[in-house]
Ligand binder design. Structure first.
Ligand SMILES: *Cc1c(COP(=O)(O)O)cnc(C)c1O
Length: 388
């Protein structure tokens, strides 16, 4: 179905930060399958893990124990706030699982009237009916009424509005540490910490959507670590599989405790193939010095981009983001977002669209200075062309 306005291009092969199209042309991939291929294309350690698993066992269902799934859960728990993990296949499912946990937790705690979740304008939480209602974006909701009930939306970063939206029926606050699809929007400093405080005061669940920001994307394993905030619930997906579909919902014990046998499920969730790759991704991301290197790379990329934004203000109105989740807001005068994306692609650089007229740069976390320089040269050339 034509649910995507696809670019007239198809790729045949990928290696590291590069993709090769069916004509053999090489592209530098700073879209990385929309912040998914975090270790680059065909990372040897991931290929080895997947290949070995493919020759051993693909799928058994969650009717039986899956040791590698238990290992991946244990590792996620050891490196996060969480006590338990539920595995699924996508970001939307991970958020959906968290929303179900919120409702069931409040219900089983004798507060069934507390079911509403506060979310933020510009949010993106997925395309299922509940996650669409949570995201609250009219363009995504059009035609899908009636909406799943129970979401109250306030402006992103607005603490007073958040406080005012809390009622006796509020169960949780669902928030992205920075908004990816909305265009790498960073909230004011201290926002997450203030939300944590609000949740503590009102006995609400703090539910973070780290589907895009998690697994090293911002230079920390999880973006909330930048503010030293402890969530109660968290959804991850994109980077966790490095291109293999997997999602996970992480929860603290009191929440996880309500998810008893039969309360939720997934046929494919955390199957042997997916968790073999997930474990291989963690081998790399949790490796000595990896996240530190991501922070250095992000610093270098920003240093390369900042002068371009200064030199071509009629093309690049603003540079924003955290770590390797970067947004270039297109000015619109010389270039619209779509024009910029097409021009960059024509010159061999792939980037991803986002809201607010933003071009998103979400390269593999493994890029080095040669990739940064190559991207800088292409951007410089394209900006020059667009202003002339
Ligand atoms: C991509 C994304 C989702 C949805 O993930 P899918 O795998 O497409 O279902 C949810 N939340 C955020 C923040 C995302 O970036």
């Amino acid at each position: 179905m034509p649910t995507y306005a696809r670019a007239p291009i198809a790729f045949e092969r990928g290696a590291g930060a590069y993709l090769f199209d069916t004509n053999g042309r090489r592209y530098l991939d700073f879209a990385a399958g929309v912040a998914v291929v975090s270790l680059g294309h065909c990372h040897p350690h991931l290929v080895a893990a997947l290949t070995k698993q493919a020759e051993t066992l693909w799928h058994t269902s969650n009717l039986y124990r899956i040791p590698a799934q238990e290992r991946l859960a244990t590792r996620l728990v050891e490196h996060s706030f969480a006590d338990q993990v539920f595995f699924c296949n996508s970001g939307a499912e991970a958020v959906e699982c968290g929303l179900k946990i919120v409702r069931r937790y409040q219900d089983l705690s004798g507060r069934p009237h507390r079911y509403r979740v506060i979310t933020f304008a510009g949010a993106f939480h997925g395309r299922t009916l509940a996650t669409l209602a949570a995201g609250g974006q009219e363009k995504h909701l059009a035609g899908y009424d009636p909406r799943v009930e129970g979401f109250d939306q306030v402006p992103y970063g607005d603490l007073d509005a958040t406080r005012r939206a809390i009622t006796d029926e509020t169960a949780a606050i669902l928030v992205e540490p920075l908004q990816g699809e909305a265009g790498a929007r960073v909230p004011p400093p201290g926002f997450l910490r203030a939300l944590r405080k609000l949740c503590d005061e009102h006995n609400l669940v703090l539910f973070l959507d780290e589907v895009q920001t998690g697994i090293g994307r911002t230079g920390r394993l999880f973006a909330h670590e930048w503010e030293n905030v402890r969530p109660d619930l968290m959804a991850v997906a994109k980077g966790l599989g490095g291109g293999f579909p997997i999602g996970a919902c992480l929860a603290i014990e009191p929440l996880a405790a309500v998810m008893t046998a039969g309360s939720h499920g997934s046929t494919f969730g955390g199957n042997p193939l997916a968790v073999a790759v997930g474990n291989a991704v963690l081998d790399v991301v949790l490796g000595e010095g990896f996240l530190e290197q991501v922070r250095r790379t992000a610093g270098a990329l920003n240093q390369r981009l900042a002068p371009l934004a200064a030199e071509y203000p009629s093309v690049i109105a603003e540079l924003r983001g955290t770590g390797l989740l970067i947004g270039l807001r297109a000015q619109g005068a010389a270039s619209s977002q779509a024009a910029l994306i097409t021009a960059l692609r024509d010159d061999g650089l792939l980037v991803a669209p986002a809201g607010d007229n933003v071009v998103r740069l979400v390269p593999p976390l493994t890029i080095d200075e040669t990739h940064i320089e190559e991207a800088g040269v292409i951007l410089d050339r394209v900006c020059k062309r667009l202003v002339s």
